[in-house]
Design a protein around this ligand. Structure first.
Ligand code: ZN
Length: 70
């Protein structure tokens, strides 16, 4: 029995269904919604939303870690 392993699985990442931001907590810091999914596909870190092609495609205008598909 290795209890240490269970700790890692307890924390699940979730992504906002509205703006795709991956965050911890109850409400999305981007859009204030509580509609999340943990079944998102892919992750991308947006550092420079103004210059990033991915950010434009995903309609992201704030930096952060986002899901590619929710
Ligand atoms: Zn959001």
């Amino acid at each position: 029995m290795n209890i240490g392993r269970l700790d890692k699985m307890a924390k699940k990442e979730k992504a906002c269904k509205n703006c795709k931001l991956i965050y911890e907590g109850v409400t999305c810091p981007n859009c204030d919604k509580k509609d999340t999914t943990d079944a998102f596909k892919g992750k991308v870190e947006i550092v420079n939303p103004e210059k990033s092609e991915i950010a434009k495609k995903l309609k992201i205008n704030k930096k952060g870690i986002y899901a590619i598909r929710v």
